[in-house]
Design a protein around this ligand. Sequence first.
Ligand code: SF4
Length: 348
Amino acid sequence: MHSKKRIALRGGFAIGGGAPVSIQTMTNTKTEDVAATIAQIESATQAGCDIIRASCPNREAASALREIVSNSPIPIVADVHFDYRLAIDAIESGAHCIRINPGNMGDVGIRNIVRAALDHECAIRIGINSGSVEQSIIQKYGEPNADAMVESAVINAKKLEDLGFENFKISVKSSDVKESVKAYRKLASIVDYPLHLGITEAGPLFPGSIKSAIGIGALLMDGIGNTIRVSLSSDILDEIKTARQILRSLGMLKNTVNIVSCPTCSRTLIDVISISNELETLCGDIRKDLKISVLGCVVNGPGEAMNSDIGIFGFSTGHAKIMVKGTEYGTFHQRKLMKEIKKIIDQL
Ligand code: SF4
């Protein structure tokens, strides 16, 4: 179930405990390049990102975080592996959260990280990936499968709890959709910490978006998950767009336009494909809860229009009828549709 437990990133951003499901991505600039990293964070924020992660592979990156954090409009998660001193540097630089795999930090390292995190109110993500499960656990299961990832997550969660630290979330990501879903379902039945969902290394834009939508979507529909990241070999803005669409499809994204449009057929009277694409571009930046339907003919058009804030449907060749909140607004040539739609959206 959606974690009842709420954690707070440094500065107070809440995850779990009824907080909206948040969207994350990761910068791919060199973190040491402060100007480029801040510019990327700003454009990600503009696109709807709530939390952003930056790699912290060396001391330069860890100290660059100080300036990045103080200029970022959204919380920063520092991604650190192997070297606990870098994790401490990142925490001291003001990171709101650090992502670590405790299994590769050593017990002394974890003790020091937890002390620093407590001192600076920094949250932690226990990030288990199928590619980085401890060897002893892999030997037990024969492969880094869902059960192995969950066992690793539970052991590492216990380590933090034993040190008096509970301000953490957990991820158990695999590049295999079914293994990921299995792991998160099992983990959600064992722990009540917020879960960060994702299909790791999901692939290029199109197949990766579909894998992510299936995996993340199935879990969210089960009531599992509190924050999501879509991992694509693509522009990071594509990750945010896909994540937003997953949440929008499940009615979990507020202040957003839901476009319903038909697949077209031989009855189609207007250019539904162009109109819906133009609408998608037009509505990308609109922060309003609206449903707009675009249908090619009168078979389903009027019915769908009655259930939309703005309903558009083909009425005669090249001409569409527009309905606003169930009332007829007028009939227009398709060339003039967008101008009218913009006017209506402004009025609404
Ligand atoms: S709404 Fe009309 S044009 Fe669109 S697919 Fe259905 S029947 Fe065809």
